[in-house]
Design a protein around this ligand. Structure first.
Ligand code: MN
Length: 222
């Protein structure tokens, strides 16, 4: 007989699957840092030859398109980062792709970098990963290029192409598998192009990757 839980066990957050009644159960969220040269430059990177790297967010970070993102406390510089997201059916097995936003407490991240401290409070908070429905690779293939964009209240902030990624998706998945036990349900945020910037309560944020998906969220009250 299975042991009973001592406290309630949380159910898995899920993401819609485009053109389907299925939902994708989220296990872990991996993120790639500095995967576009122009963004590395705008972040003030001194070593532009340094390879990209990984950090993580909790599964509870996902927010469905159409939702409201509770505005996080403890920041006065919350940034948007639009990213291509890979949804995995297993190690090296891509189920599909989505567009997602890696919300970042930039002021906190800068401070943590300076002090050599971990990024969890800057990156790994709840509701920090709004995401579109997942388009199945069986339907759209494996996109290697396509416009990636984000607008705030109708004004374009980020405008790039996923072809500009330093590590492409196969390279990211190979590298990820060397560090972690990747499994079905894992999401991988693949890094953001240049143009990141601040959000304030009440902002309407739209973003997408052409041929993959679009999302729209409202930033809630502080
Ligand atoms: Mn990012």
């Amino acid at each position: 007989m299975a042991a009973q839980h001592a406290v309630p066990a949380a159910s898995r957050p899920t993401v819609a699957v485009a053109g389907s009644a299925l939902v994708f159960p989220v296990r872990r969220i991996f993120c790639v840092g500095r995967n576009y040269a122009e963004h590395s430059r705008e972040m003030g990177a001194t070593d532009l030859k340094a390879p990209p790297f990984f950090f993580t967010k909790p599964a509870e970070a996902v927010v469905a398109s159409g939702g409201v993102v509770p505005f996080p406390g403890r920041t006065s510089d919350l940034h948007h980062e639009i990213e291509l997201v890979v949804a995995l059916a297993g190690a090296g097995d891509v189920f599909g792709y989505a567009a997602g936003i890696d919300l970042t407490r930039r002021d906190v991240q800068s401070q943590m970098k300076k002090e050599g401290k971990p990024w969890d409070t800057a990156k790994g908070f709840e509701h920090s990963a709004p995401i579109s429905a997942i388009a199945r690779a069986a339907d759209i293939g494996h996109p290697a290029r396509g416009r990636i964009w984000l607008e705030v209240n109708g004004r374009t902030r980020q405008d790039g192409d996923i072809a500009e990624m330093i590590w492409g998706v196969p390279e990211i998945l190979a590298e990820l598998a060397a560090w972690f036990e990747v499994q079905a349900g894992d999401l991988v945020f693949t890094g953001t192009p240049a143009g990141v910037g601040p959000l304030v309560p009440g902002d309407r944020v739209r973003g997408g990757v052409d041929g993959v998906g679009t999302l729209e969220v409202m930033m809630g009250a502080a």
